[in-house]
Design a protein around this ligand. Structure first.
Ligand code: ATP
Ligand code: MG
Length: 552
């Protein structure tokens, strides 16, 4: 894609215009996660978009924890979010912003609104406020407290702050328009009393600002120029604009909404992922079946693949769902040149070459990646006893089966041609061993052109093989189903399968946690960052080699 002219998205077009008109000098964007869960692929879209725009316009990108609601927030989440944002490669500079650092400024802003006659303390209960608010069809009614004097409001608001009133006894509301067709503009609550300990400010405050009031102030204080958020905030934009206008910021930020990223058949959404974790359906937030960023990372997906995916899926105003197959395509594309291609037998049976001298072995030089010479070569040992995939032998082959069956000749990848001569079964009728003979003249790379064979299979030398577990993942939801049912009755029973007796070529023996490979004929795999050790290697399948996605 590099070098190609990519047309600008609607957000870039708005920014170009704003710069032309001299509205802003320097572009500032932000990503404002609420630390109430782990980030997922949807958040990655927002991170990559915001950081990408800042970079493109030589501006800055702020990471800001939107921690104004002390109820659901945990420092565990702050840590994980930081790790995820860094891993995605988003450059947020040296400073981390916290919305809670602005509590004083927000309080001052509220006082300012009161002084301008634009906010009032209201004693209605939450239920009364709801009743007075009206409906989409019916205008609201003014609160009887709406006409309180500025002095009275200032006094009451200060006493709210000082803890003189019970939780919920009073609120501060913006004074806008109870007849507005936009319900968000009907004198919205901007401060509430709540005695909650905040992870940053402790018990300093017993009043906390509401999101719609706090967010534009946070943006304005940081000099954010374009506040990119998802479509559900579209109806809140008039309130955002009202707040920055009434507070008379010199360079008011501008909110722009874009469509969330949804993946077909895949559970995104913090709330839903959290439920799967809490219900024990998955093994923690980083279970590789999830699309939380920590899960994708653990599975072995690269940040480059995620960025490519976001590039391909684009930014738009219209809701749509993207296909997981497209992300998988990006993963394959990214790893194609980077990963060494080595041999791993996931479901092994023995292959014995009866005419290969007993006790002898040889080293074959094999390219690590046929498409990328820079990855060099390695020496792979070959001897009389090998492992091959159980599925690469059949006693009675169906039509078009070109792999091993009695009498058939195949190529052992990078080695020799072998002809199947016999096989052994156990008492249950399972094949335990396949026998063959090899033709020394057919050595790979020797220039042999005597005859061709239709099938090529991979293999691992038994004497030097290393043991490993291989974890195979599929979607959590059964394929044809749209969404996961509440009772979990349509979970995919094969979403996680661990193959414990895999045989890998010796070159895998010093695999580090997080290292990625192509297992020839199988797909891309990553050594599990938690469970893989030198004694017991554990690999996750990142993606298989088969693709159902075709790039346009
Ligand atoms: P969820 O919708 O999963 O519950 P959230 O919106 O509550 O997530 P926040 O921490 O509030 O999570 O979101 C931080 C930022 O990420 C917001 O700007 C939000 O709009 C954006 N975001 C959340 N989900 C998506 C998504 N699926 N696609 C794009 N951006 C998203
Ligand atoms: Mg949210």
């Amino acid at each position: 894609m590099e070098g190609e002219v990519i047309s600008k998205n609607f957000i870039e077009q708005i920014i170009d215009r704003d710069l032309e008109e001299g509205k802003y000098q320097k572009i500032v964007t932000r990503f404002p996660p609420e630390p109430n869960g782990y980030l997922h692929i949807g958040h990655a879209k927002s991170i990559i978009l915001n950081a990408g725009i800042a970079k493109e316009y030589n501006g800055t990108f702020n990471l800001r924890f939107d921690d104004t609601n002390p109820m659901k927030e945990k420092s565990e989440y702050v840590e994980s979010i930081l790790e995820d944002v860094k891993w995605l490669g988003a450059d947020f500079g040296d400073k981390i912003y916290y919305a809670s650092d602005y509590f004083d400024a927000m309080y001052e802003s509220a006082v300012r609104l009161i002084k301008k006659g634009k906010a009032f303390v209201c004693d209605l209960t939450a239920e009364e406020i709801r009743e007075y608010r009206g409906t989409l069809k019916k205008p609201g009614k003014d609160s009887p407290y709406r006409s309180r004097s500025v002095e009275e409001n200032l006094d009451l608001f200060e006493r709210m702050k000082n803890g003189e009133f019970a939780d919920g006894a009073k609120v501060l509301r913006a004074k806008i328009d109870m007849a507005s067709p936009n319900i968000n503009m009907r004198d919205p609550v901007i401060y509430r009393i709540a005695r909650m300990t905040h992870h940053n400010t402790g018990d300093k405050w017993c009043i906390y600002p509401m999101y719609d009031f706090a967010h534009p102030i946070e943006d304005a204080l940081e000099g954010v120029t374009h506040s990119l958020c998802t479509l559900e905030f579209e109806d809140h934009r008039p309130l955002y604009d009202w707040v920055v206008k009434e507070l008379e910021f010199e360079f008011p930020p501008k909110q722009i909404e874009f469509a969330k990223l949804y993946l077909q058949n895949v559970i995104t959404g913090k709330r839903y992922i959290k439920k799967l974790v809490e219900d024990g359906i998955v093994d923690g937030w980083d279970d590789p079946r999830l699309v939380s960023i920590s899960a994708l990372r653990r599975k072995g997906v690269t940040p480059e693949a995620i960025r490519m995916f976001m590039e391909l899926s684009g930014v738009s105003k219209a809701n749509s769902t993207s296909d997981m197959a497209m992300l998988e395509y990006c993963i394959r594309e990214d790893l194609r040149m980077k990963a060494k291609r080595m041999m791993a037998v996931i479901d092994p049976i023995k292959l014995v070459i009866d005419n290969y001298p007993e006790g002898e072995s040889e080293l074959l030089e094999i390219e690590n990646n046929q498409e990328n010479e820079e990855l060099g070569t390695r020496m792979v040992s070959f001897s009389r006893e090998l492992y091959i995939e159980r599925g690469d032998f059949m006693e009675v082959p169906p039509k078009k089966y070109f792999r091993l069956f009695p009498g058939n000749e195949v190529r052992l990848k990078n080695a020799y041609f072998v002809t199947c001569t016999d096989f052994v079964k156990d008492e249950n009728g399972n094949v335990t061993e396949v026998h063959c003979t090899y033709d020394p003249a057919t050595k790979s790379g020797s220039g042999f052109e005597g005859r061709k064979v239709k099938g090529t299979i991979h293999w691992v030398d038994a004497a030097s093989a290393v043991d490993a577990s291989v974890r195979l993942y599929e979607n959590l939801i059964q394929d044809e189903e749209e969404v996961l049912k509440d009772d979990y009755s349509n979970l995919n029973p094969n979403s996680f399968i661990e193959m414990k007796n895999c045989k890998l070529e010796a070159a895998f023996s010093d695999t580090a946690k997080g290292e990625r490979f192509q297992f020839l004929r199988h797909g891309y795999f990553c050594a599990d960052s938690k469970d893989s050790t030198e004694e017991q290697l554990v690999f996750n399948r990142i993606v298989s080699l088969k693709s159902s996605y075709r790039p346009k």
